[in-house]
Design a protein around this ligand. Structure first.
Ligand SMILES: [Zn+2]
Ligand SMILES: [Zn+2]
Length: 233
């Protein structure tokens, strides 16, 4: 009884000191919520009925040998969602990832399928040092917690690459060739769900999946927070 009371007081103090905020507008929200009601009504949820289920894009980018069995984007990379991504990445607001990851977890749950581990798309150590965190890993941590699936950093980025947003489609694919390596001891025979923040041409997920399958993963799927669809509406 007393322990329960202490736990409640502690939770109350943590809530007061570190409230969870809406990842889109910054208002304080309930600790278990994903965002505030006002933002929820305006969110650009991805409509996937015309998208390829494997790569998550309207214009399929799977190529001749599809590596990924399912890609589930949550939002289009448009207002509110894109602002939240930028805030998470560049405005030193890593806490935003907790709430955003919950949207991703819910999307995976709706999709069904079973996964042995969540693997975030990695950054090089140097880049993590510079930013202070890898946003895909923070998102992955939140997804893993919500779905009760272990998070595993089994994928490594082995070399620095140019920033993908500065390149065109072909350069993007070339830029990442062989840039990832997976640990066979961790992924052999496992169904891996890759986790990333933004899906643009699919080059990152494809290279990540290639490394995981080469290391023996039995299946690779992906969940991404946002998908860039240029010619929408
Ligand atoms: Zn809000
Ligand atoms: Zn496709």
């Amino acid at each position: 009884m007393k322990a329960d009371f202490c736990r409640r007081i502690l939770a109350w103090i943590i809530d007061a000191l570190f409230p969870l905020r809406c990842p889109f507008c910054g208002d304080v929200i309930d600790r278990n919520a994903e965002c505030c009601e006002v933002c929820f009504a305006k969110l650009p949820f991805a409509d996937l009925k015309d998208s390829c289920t494997r790569c998550g894009k309207r214009e399929c980018v799977c190529g001749s040998v599809p590596l990924i069995t399912m890609t589930r984007p949550v939002f289009y990379y448009e207002e509110l969602a894109s602002h939240a991504v930028l805030r998470m990445k560049f405005a030193h607001r890593p806490g935003t990832a907790i709430a955003l990851g919950r949207f991703m977890a819910d999307a995976v749950q709706k999709e069904g399928g079973s996964w042995d581990m969540i693997v975030p798309v990695p950054m090089t150590k140097r880049k993590v040092r510079r930013r202070g965190y890898n946003q895909s890993e923070l998102l992955g941590r939140s997804v893993a917690e919500r779905l009760n699936i272990p998070l595993n950093t089994a994928l490594r980025k082995t070399r620095e690459t140019k920033a993908q947003h500065t390149l065109d489609e072909q350069e993007r694919a070339k830029n990442l060739l062989g840039a990832y390596q997976a640990d066979p001891a961790l992924v052999q025979g496992k169904r891996v769900l890759l986790c990333d923040d933004v899906l643009t041409t699919g080059a990152t997920l494809k290279e990540g999946a290639k490394a995981l399958l080469q290391a023996g993963a039995s299946e690779v799927g992906a969940v991404v927070l946002c998908c860039v669809e240029r010619n929408r509406v």
